[in-house]
Design a protein around this ligand. Sequence first.
Ligand SMILES: [Zn+2]
Length: 319
Amino acid sequence: MKKKTIEKTKKKPTDLIYKKDAFDDYVLWKSMPSKLLGSTEERLKDAGFKDEYLMELMSLKNKTKNLIFFFLNIFFFWHPRKASILMYHSVDDNEVVFNVWPEDFEGQMRYLKKKNYKIIRLKELIKKIKNSERIDKKTVVLTLDDGFKDNYTNAFPLLEKYNFPATIFLPTAYIGKEMNNSQNIPLNIMTWNEAREMENSGLVDFAFHTHTHPEMKNINLENFAEELRESEKLLAENLKNPLKIFSYPKGRFKPEQVEYIKKTGYEAAVGTGEGLVGAGDDLFFLKRNFIYSKGGLSQFKGKLGPVVEIYNFLKIWKK
Ligand SMILES: [Zn+2]
């Protein structure tokens, strides 16, 4: 695992000369209608904001969020009989949005171990929900989307070290190649050999994330069926036991696509809405909690328990 100068990469974008403008834009953005306009990121991009603005605004938003989580963590520490499914993407010491630095990833794994969290497989949790079995307190599931090569080089050795199982969702068209992340930055995707090695370790399961990682709202049912067929074929050819579980690319989907995966034998699907999961939850809209280094340890801790639900409740109440 690379142990490069983490210090350097942790530099916050505070030296941006746009700071004042960014704040004015933030005020302007706050006054824009928020409902039915998509994610914050989309709204800002649609409004023509540059990447620098975006980073600055996200950092501003994150600082507030971290503070709220910090205080909520103090008051709400009991654990309901529900699980938290964590969602990771790139685990590398780069500056892409939504990544987790390897050092932070290790810190998080160490924290889970030290605090006696029960790390179970996604398929086990789904079985429990299906059969209305009791979910232990402090149950956590690890998932990683997009199959970045750093999952193999940086995350996998740590999963082995702590003996934690995880599920990786692969976009099969990019195996051994590059895929652009949400900022259009190309990142390496793992090879089949690497995926097989992880599967053979018995710790990592692989599941479906379409073939080309399309914008789900822009494709028709026929294209979607083709995406599934292609990724099913490749996963079946290259791995022993892919799980019939689906992760919606970018968390987006059309109702007919959900109906289609239900009809074609998928067991469950995970999304990007945050919260805990438990008995009675819809297996095709399983919530996951987004983990990224800029969210800091407060958000990480809060997303393992009731705080994430309380935070979401406060957000709904605010609107
Ligand atoms: Zn994805």
